[in-house]
Design a protein around this ligand. Structure first.
Ligand SMILES: Cc1cc2nc3c(=O)[nH]c(=O)nc-3n(C[C@H](O)[C@H](O)[C@H](O)COP(=O)(O)OP(=O)(O)OC[C@H]3O[C@@H](n4cnc5c(N)ncnc54)[C@H](O)[C@@H]3O)c2cc1C
Length: 367
């Protein structure tokens, strides 16, 4: 089948690679240059959680992904995930922490927050009042290295990837307008991240685009630390990063933005991130050494949204969104293949418009 993939972030790259491997004639289009920093997929690291507290369907997806990450690591000839363990924390009774414990294969007892300081040799501190669930199956994904690997691998498997090519919006069928030319496909997969609502306006009301900022923090004596996800009002998350830094982001903080005009990080962002670093990282300097902006595309229920267009069922919106998609990257290509073959898995169906359960969102709980 001749398939267009619109957008080559982590989702589009995974899809293009997998469909090319399966023998499809794949054309991938990206408006920016390779390894650009404008969408949602750039940066050195992302958190891997193999038992994500977001819900059962994500645990199933993560377990599929762990296997597939191993395959990618074999092909890449290098590790793409460093398993560090993780601390899932929040005020007592946090639904997110409770779900992490319930969904775990080893549902050990929750810890009190003040147990974390000695456990991490003083590098991470949490208040006594917090519940903490320790997960062994967490780690750090080398995000940019994964994108670079997929750019190579997709081409190796026969995908034709065109960068600096913006597909005209809106997409109205199987014929795409690319600069001055048009091309017609048997199927079109729109993995356009924050731009997806423009490409397929029928979904725009369900996709809000938000600005997020992450910051890197330095310590004089770096050591490998666990990742953290905290169900506080900010939805603070953190992970080890290259050069001994620890990276912090705020899942629940950041306003609406246009994807083409995202404000650069400023002192207000630094202050918000510093506040969290001062609370959580006693051995790190509280000023970020660097900050970076990124885009979240958020659905009202924070589920992924993967659904065919009502106007043409051979056009698929593929939005691996709401700020928690990277860890499932190797499964995205498999889900796209299921859709093309007409044999959707339960997981794929659960991301459609009709069957949407609850997601345990990170952030929003009271500290
Ligand atoms: C700050 C931050 C932290 C995160 N942390 C984690 C984490 O720890 N763990 C985790 O699992 N996930 C995390 N995520 C989420 C994860 O990074 C995203 O779910 C994922 O990157 C989404 O990828 P995407 O391919 O859907 O979108 P994108 O990466 O934005 O890709 C979409 C692409 O489409 C292109 N495009 C758009 N319109 C057009 C057009 N008209 N023509 C051609 N190309 C077009 C864009 O240029 C872009 O490259 C985080 C996200 C952010 C922002």
């Amino acid at each position: 089948m001749k398939v267009a993939v619109v957008g080559l972030g982590i989702a589009g790259l995974s899809i293009a690679a997998r469909l090319a491997l399966a023998g499809h004639d794949v054309f991938g289009f990206e408006q920016f240059e390779p390894m650009h920093e404008n969408g949602s997929s750039h940066g050195d690291t992302r958190i891997m959680r193999a038992t994500p507290g977001e819900g059962e369907v994500y645990v199933q997806l993560a377990r599929r992904a762990v296997e597939a990450w191993r395959t990618w690591e074999g092909l890449a000839g290098r590790p793409l995930i460093e398993w560090t363990s993780g601390l899932m924390a929040g005020p007592r009774g946090s639904p997110f922490v409770e779900a992490c414990q319930r969904l775990s294969r080893k549902p050990a007892a929750l810890l009190r927050g003040d147990a974390i300081h000695p456990l991490t040799r003083g590098y991470i501190a949490m208040p006594y009042e917090w519940d903490v669930f320790r997960q062994e199956d967490c780690g750090v994904i080398a995000a940019d290295a994964t994108r670079a690997f997929l750019l190579r691998q997709a081409v190796k498997w026969g995908a034709r990837l065109a960068h600096g090519k913006r597909i005209s919006a809106p997409i109205e069928g199987l014929t795409l307008k690319i600069d001055d030319t048009t091309m017609t496909f048997d199927a079109v997969i729109v993995a356009a991240g924050a731009w997806a609502g423009r490409m397929l306006p029928e979904f725009a009301g369900r996709l809000s685009v938000k600005r997020r900022v992450v910051g890197w923090f330095e310590t004089d004596q770096p050591r490998m630390l666990p990742v953290i996800c905290i169900d506080n009002e900010e939805g603070t998350f953190g992970m080890p990063a290259p050069r001994g830094y620890y990276k912090i982001g705020l899942h629940a903080i950041g306003g609406a933005t246009e994807p083409d005009a995202v404000r650069e990080p400023d002192e207000r962002d630094a202050a918000l991130l510093s506040e969290q670093a001062a609370l959580l990282l006693p051995k790190h300097h509280a000023e970020p050494v660097r900050m970076q902006r990124c885009l979240y595309t958020v659905t009202p229920d924070e589920h992924f949204l993967i659904a065919p267009s009502a106007a043409n069922e051979r056009v698929l919106l593929f939005s691996a969104c709401s700020g928690h998609g990277f860890k499932y990257a190797p499964v995205f290509g498999e889900l796209a293949e299921e859709w093309l073959s007409g044999r959707p898995s339960e997981q794929l169906l659960s991301f459609g418009l009709a069957r949407r359960g609850d997601v345990n969102r990170l952030g929003g709980a009271k500290s």
